[in-house]
Write a protein that binds this ligand. Structure first.
Ligand code: ADP
Length: 596
């Protein structure tokens, strides 16, 4: 017998989920469904994203509501628009063979009129983000007096996003005797408080261990120098030709810059951050979901609720400020029982953060070596050989040309033909990675770095000038904010900025010598909170080789920072072709905007 039937789910729902490929319940479904089907208890379920929570609460809801009655009987609150749409869609799919099931998705950033019309027409299940829900309640446009169940999905995320107040207000609009089902990946005290305040003796269930990352995720880190980060990142990406990844940055500006640099270097990437309009976000997400994008570069907030299966890698280009966010980030891979890799690029100073994260998630990280250029070439070569094996041959079309092709290649042996076809791709990587340096920090280098870091900026690094700015952490800047602020005002790239040493009321930062003038120009008459912003060259801030072209960072890493198609003038085109369906340059570049 189908195991879902055994759990007490009726045939028409089981038929629908069977069509979706659900053969047996996931652990949370197996444990939660029998409890929720009784309809007697408040419920707290602790489970990571991607474990099948939607069906865990969705199937019991479909079992228990009265669909002959067109009034809201269940309310599902979730943190993001994406998740809201996803849940509503999933519920509709589960209910494919049921009659008169009406689900509405209510979320911000979309036409409220349409949503109100749907509600007026009659719905039984409302899936909503808190802000828009309150708006609709405020218009007296919904009657919650028949609500029997409220589901709080990803409760920790909702609280992280500041929805505490809204949730309280919404819950107070629902009947006293409703049951509340709360799902959360983590259980910080704020979530615990909701459970205490709004639930009576809830049934608690934990799938996996508390605060622990998904067991199917491998956590790796690469120890590199901060200045080599981008080059190392590209090498890792090149080492995984089939990568389908989400890359996390700390700020909008960093997100945009990395995406732009990657696109320039011929990768298939785009950015997702808070400055995009909803329409732009949807477009990027659609391209990613449909795999027309290979790398999605995102901020934590923008990536919340992203639910895309088969993400192979999560890359922490910058570690999150909040350690809890690491769990959310890495949970974007290894969904639905798959495996995934979470990669962090760190310098020596950030190692303590890795150790801290290890404690929180209860798992060890493994240090990996940044692949050598030759290893990348080898990996790419065999990926291409695989592609040759798997390519779909359009017999009819190609046959027309085959005689001619064979004739022009007839003077070559089979081995020579193979060699030449392989070289078409291989040469590009070989050219690019020829003489590529080892980017791993060796023990000796690491010590050197630490020594330098211990005396922050007595001297500036080679090719850089150390500047002073009269803003610091008391002005509520973190290093990412400061980087963004400086780049934005000076109109220079973040890559031209070296170390940032944030102090209480001031900050030292390094700027490539060639860009120093722009910084002075950019800050000529800038005020911050009514205070004139002042920039000065700090003490012995000038670097020794000032007056040269100002790029003292090492030739080979400069090269890796640039276009990896290197000397090949056709490189970009080759890359486009080699990436086949993955490539999509149609998305227009966005203007750089920021909160400043
Ligand atoms: P969560 O809400 O926990 O983030 P979802 O409910 O979105 O996770 O489920 C993650 C993915 O796993 C979805 O694509 C969903 O269709 C799939 N899934 C859920 N339950 C099962 C199951 N029992 N068998 C197979 N796939 C499932």
């Amino acid at each position: 017998m189908n195991p879902f039937l055994e759990l007490g789910i009726r045939h028409d729902i089981v038929n629908a989920i069977t069509e979706l490929g659900f053969e047996k319940p996931s652990p949370i479904q197996e444990k939660a469904i029998p409890v929720l089907l009784t309809g007697n208890d408040d419920f707290v379920g602790l489970a990571q994203t991607g474990t099948g929570k939607t069906a865990a609460f969705g199937l019991p809801l479909l079992e228990q509501l009265d669909f002959s009655f067109n009034q809201p009987q269940a309310l599902v609150l979730c943190p993001t628009r994406e998740l809201c749409l996803q849940i509503a869609k999933d519920l509709e799919k589960f209910a494919k063979f049921m009659d008169n099931v009406h689900v509405v998705a209510v979320y911000g950033g979309a036409n409220i009129g349409d949503q109100l019309r749907q509600i007026r027409r009659g719905v039984q299940i409302v899936v909503a983000t808190p802000g828009r829900m309150l708006d609709i309640i405020g218009r007296n446009a919904i009657d919650f007096s028949n609500v029997k169940y409220v589901v709080l999905d990803e409760a920790d995320e909702m609280l992280n996003m500041g929805f505490q107040e809204d949730i309280n207000n919404i819950l107070s609009e629902t009947p006293e005797d409703k049951k509340t089902w709360l799902f959360s990946a983590t259980m910080p005290k704020e979530v615990r408080r909701i459970a205490q305040n709004y639930m009576t003796d809830p049934f608690e269930l934990t799938v996996g261990t508390k605060n622990t990352g998904n067991a199917n995720i491998e956590h790796n880190y690469y120890l590199i120098k901060a200045k080599d980060k981008y080059a190392a990142f590209k090498r890792i990406v090149d080492f995984y030709p089939e990568i389908f990844g989400i890359v996390f940055c700390r700020t909008k500006i960093e997100t945009q810059e990395i995406a732009e640099a990657l696109i320039k270097d011929g990768y298939n990437a785009d950015s997702l951050h808070g400055d995009l309009s909803q329409q732009q976000r949807d477009k990027v997400m659609k391209r990613y979901r449909e795999r027309n994008l290979q790398l999605l570069i995102a901020t934590d907030v923008a990536a919340r609720g992203i639910d895309v299966n088969d993400v192979t890698h999560v890359i922490n280009y910058s570690l999150p400020d909040e350690v809890e966010n690491y769990t959310h980030r890495s949970g974007r891979t290894a969904r639905a029982g798959k495996t995934g890799i979470s990669i962090s690029l760190v310098n020596v100073k950030e190692m303590s953060k890795i150790r801290h994260i290890e404690k929180i998630i209860g798992k060890s990280f493994e240090r990996k070596q940044v692949p050598q250029g030759t290893e990348v070439c080898e990996k790419q070569l065999f990926a291409m050989v695989d592609k040759v094996h798997n390519v779909e041959v359009q017999e009819e079309q190609i046959n027309a040309f085959l005689p001619q092709i064979l004739e022009s290649l007839q003077d070559l042996t089979k081995e020579e033909v193979v060699k030449r076809f392989a070289s078409l791709e291989f040469n590009r990587f070989l050219d690019y990675y020829k003489e590529a340096p080892d980017l791993n920090i060796e023990a000796r280098d690491a010590r050197g770095d630490r020594d330098r870091d211990r005396e922050p900026g007595r001297r500036s690094s080679k090719g850089f000038t150390r500047l002073f700015i009269n803003l610091g952490s008391v002005d509520e800047f973190n290093r990412g904010d400061m980087l963004g602020f400086i780049c934005n005002k000076s109109k220079i790239s973040g890559k031209s900025i070296g170390k940032i040493d944030l102090k209480g009321v001031f900050t030292f930062f390094e700027v490539e010598d060639a860009e120093v003038e722009k910084v002075f120009q950019g800050f000529k008459s800038v005020e911050f909170n009514g205070r004139a912003v002042r920039i000065e060259v700090s003490g012995d801030g000038r670097s020794s080789d000032r007056g040269s072209n100002g790029r003292g960072r090492g030739r080979s890493s400069d090269r890796e920072r640039g276009d990896r198609n290197g000397s090949s003038r056709n490189g970009r085109r080759d890359r486009d072709r080699s990436n086949g369906g993955f490539r999509d340059f149609s998305g227009k570049r966005k203007e750089s905007r920021s909160r400043y």
